[in-house]
Design a protein around this ligand. Structure first.
Ligand code: FAD
Length: 417
């Protein structure tokens, strides 16, 4: 893929128009008011039929799962899932990526709130849950009728999410008693459905090696407290909160996979798939931020006059603009490659997804900070959008694995051959 196709451009123009009319005028309220992001996101999803598409995909997946289950019950080995090239020239992959890019031009927080709910949380249930669990929780998340949160990070464990994890599940009769605190959880304050990741309480096993289990909790369960949104540097339209889980009693029906052995088998590996998915999304977010910063910088460089000429005529300003363009072209090519791979039924290795995340997150931060610099004092003022984009861009280097963690994963994976 070397450029957007005609049909993809049409999708992009329609989404851009929606963002300009429905989101741009509400940015102030979404960022600094008390308006949670979910209603405007639901409107977008309905406008572009993304909910209907999700329902159809969900139906096909459940049908496949049922066939596989019947085959297993009949003693056959379940049919191997082959990734096949898509016949739509990448349009369905582009339809997932384009709204991310377009929303990030104005409000990257919306993408985080949406991605964690419809992406991370739903994907976690779809990859680990039984058919009954998928039907019970995933469809409502995939259509954003319900809000989801995916909770792994704790006050004492972030980058070393599994190693330092304290949240625990103690066997109790047929079910479990859950305990633990989670922090920095996107949608935490408003989530209806929460994937709570913890370790099985196995006193005889070293804490670092205990089984990782995923449970589904729901708003209002006794013992579950969801904090108010935390105050933070940027990304204000994405509510982030803490979760306090104290002696929450759950049945086996809330353990994803409904069996410890099955859950533990997919525990750590499953979370790595999730990391890969998040990382591709971050590149699309970076592209939206870079595109918008470049556009704003070009307008400003043409119109702002100092020493009797537009600042765009100064070489030091030109260098900033050229560097922004290099970043835009590189990140755009990475996003195209991701779409092309999905369209041909392939996926990136974790190392490549990490490399893409590392590069694009750094590029978005650097471009946005350079845009602030190019705007001078105006760049530091909230009235000019580059100030918000610079604060928002920074998080791309922290969540979904920090820059430092991406670096070590890329290097480790290359060195392992
Ligand atoms: C806005 C926002 C939303 C988030 N949403 C969610 C969510 O929905 N769900 C969720 O579970 N989590 C979420 N997180 C948490 C996020 O994933 C973590 O903040 C991130 O993984 C880093 O962990 P930490 O904050 O504990 O930093 P730490 O792990 O304590 O890292 C501190 C510093 O040490 C460095 N460091 C750590 N280990 C190494 C190493 N081995 N080598 C070199 N350097 C290292 C880090 O790179 C960093 O610079 C969110 C965070 C933010 C900011």
């Amino acid at each position: 893929m070397i450029e957007w196709s005609e049909s993809q451009q049409m999708i992009r123009d329609a989404v851009r128009k929606f963002v300009e009319t429905e989101i741009k005028p509400r940015v102030e309220d979404l960022e600094h008011g008390d308006t949670p992001p979910y209603e405007v996101l639901r409107k977008m999803i309905r406008t572009f039929g993304m909910d209907e598409l999700a329902r159809q995909r969900f139906g096909h997946q459940i049908e496949k799962d049922r066939k596989a289950e019947a085959a297993r019950a009949g003693g056959e080995s379940s049919p191997r899932e082959e990734k096949r090239p898509r016949s739509d020239g990448g349009d369905s992959a582009a339809m997932q990526i384009i709204p991310i890019i377009e929303l990030c031009r104005f409000c990257p927080g919306l993408v985080t709130a949406m991605g964690v709910s419809m992406g991370l949380t739903a994907a976690s249930i779809m990859s680990k849950g039984t058919i009954a669990q998928k039907e019970r929780w995933a469809l409502d998340l995939l259509t954003l009728e319900k809000i989801g949160a995916w909770a792994i990070t704790e006050p004492g464990s972030g980058s070393d999410a599994f190693g330092g994890m304290k949240a625990s599940a103690r066997r109790d009769g047929d079910g479990y008693v859950l305990n633990g605190n989670k922090t920095f959880i996107t949608n935490g304050p408003y989530a209806d459905t929460i994937v709570f990741i913890c370790k099985l309480d196995e006193p005889e096993v070293d804490p670092r090696d205990r089984k990782i289990l995923h449970f589904v909790l729901e708003r209002g369960m006794p013992g579950l407290v969801q904090s108010k949104p935390m105050r933070k540097m940027g990304l204000h339209s994405s509510p982030t909160g803490e979760l306090f889980v104290e002696d929450v009693r759950v049945g086996r029906d809330r353990l994803l996979g409904e069996s410890e052995a099955r859950a533990a088998a997919s525990g750590r590996a499953g979370a790595k798939d999730t990391f890969s998915m998040e990382r591709s999304g971050v590149a699309a977010m970076a592209l939206g931020i870079i595109e918008r910063c470049l556009e704003l910088s070009l307008d400003y460089a043409r119109s702002r006059v100092q020493f009797g000429k537009p600042i765009g005529e100064f070489q030091l300003i030109q260098e900033k603009i050229a560097t922004m363009e290099v970043a835009r072209v590189n990140v755009q090519n990475m996003v195209y490659r991701h779409i092309e791979l999905v369209a041909s039924g392939k996926s990136m290795t974790l190392a490549e997804a990490s490399a893409m995340k590392l590069y694009s997150a750094r590029a978005a931060s650097e471009v946005a900070m350079e845009a602030v610099q190019l705007f001078g004092g105006n760049g530091y003022m909230a009235e000019y959008q580059v100030e918000q984009l610079a604060r928002d861009a920074k998080v791309l280097q922290i969540y979904a694995g920090t820059d430092e963690i991406q670096i070590s994963q890329i290097a480790r994976s290359l060195l392992a051959g």
